[in-house]
Design a protein around this ligand. Sequence first.
Ligand code: FMN
Length: 470
Amino acid sequence: MTNNIHKKIILNAFDMNSVGHINHGLWTHPRDESYRFNQLNYWTELAQTLETGLFDGLFIADITGVYDVYQNGIDLTLKESIQLPSHDPSTLVSAMAAVTKNLGFGITVNLSYESPYQFARRFSSLDHLTQGRIGWNIVTGYLDSAAKLVGQAGLKDHDLRYEQAEEFLELAYKFWEGSWEDDAIIIDKENRIFTRPEKVHAIQHYGKFYQSQGVFQVSPSIQRTPVLFQAGASPKGLEFATKHSEAMFIGADTPEKVKAQVEKIRAQTIAQGRHAQDIKILVGISVVTAETDALAQEKYNEYLKYASPEAGLAHFSSSIGFDLSKYQDSETIPYQKSNSIVSVNQRFKENKVTIADLKAQHALGGRYPLFIGSGASVAEQLIHFIDETGIDGFNLTRTVAPESHHDFIRYVIPELQQRGRYKTEYAQGSLRHKLFQQGDRLSKQHPAQQFRCHQHAETSTLSHLDKHTA
Ligand SMILES: Cc1cc2nc3c(=O)[nH]c(=O)nc-3n(C[C@H](O)[C@H](O)[C@H](O)COP(=O)(O)O)c2cc1C
């Protein structure tokens, strides 16, 4: 515990390009403005707000597909706006980057339905435009509805999705790390040389899922590879996440279980040849705060009137892959094998959970742990949680938007700062450098290093990189 005493808390806002994200139903609150999600100034205002609170990043979740498992349809999903409609998150980034200097952007993209080349190009371009503030939350998807929408027969098997992800990453690393040398671009007008041809290399990839041959179209951005986020929790997911990711989200549970998960992640990261601290571990939370504990409780009670635990359950049904509307409140939910989020589903095997338990957990429409109180008491609870579990920070969901972010910045941030547990100014540099203080690029231990091209291509030991002599 003692080594955590001065650990500064990493803080991301956790949001989605939609009305309902995690805390369902709160869009009906009279002060909630999330219905404005399709307006650019909703996002630029949010980005600026977060920067006043020195947030490390805005993390934007995303889902391909719709939640159609609960009641075997989408009526409730549409009525309650449970992540439907939801828009592409990457479209928001340039505008938000233009009005901020330091805020990072963690953007979720489901790789299963992307072409690695087009995706790598888009994220490189964003890393250029944001001057190294881009992160990618790597997800593989868990909805049958998504597979059908993109014209596939159904969702691929859970572990096969991770196998495909492994190859997707390898190819993306080749594009980001292996095609261009750092000093390729010289912009020499006199000699009419923009890029030195000998410094740009074709990559080759002939794999099980993907083929590619040629030169990447984007020159190296500040970070080259975006900061990699992941949330794998199944055995296969954990193996993938501890190999590749630089920040991991874990589902919050009791502090004891979170601590055990943190220790597992740290041990597995070391087993992958990396350092234990190469991965920042974050937990999703919701907070309701005000001037005093009593006022915060009052605010919470008021929010409850608008929240929809049932919409929370409908969302959860899609996460686990079976219909929770079939059970009465008092019924224990039986474990059923499914192909969706294996790790979440696992809890029904381990614990007796009733529908009433789930609804109580979803009181505010979402399943994340809730902290209620004055700024001082929330700050104390968060610090305690960090020190007890060994995590590095939080993904803060919104409740009533944008009120809950304003409240957090007004009441909680100063209390964290007074306790020496939150920055008082931004560090300089890219998102990766801000997080690790070790430069803009992936660490030496990261597996992507094997795909890097070296400064002198002639002496490169990389067999898979062809020298490009255009
Ligand atoms: C905090 C958190 C945020 C997540 N955000 C998304 C998301 O935006 N989109 C998505 O498809 N999956 C999301 N997931 C699900 C993960 O991608 C992953 O499926 C899940 O953590 C379980 O891992 P497993 O597939 O190894 O069981 C999230 C998970 C967590 C814990």
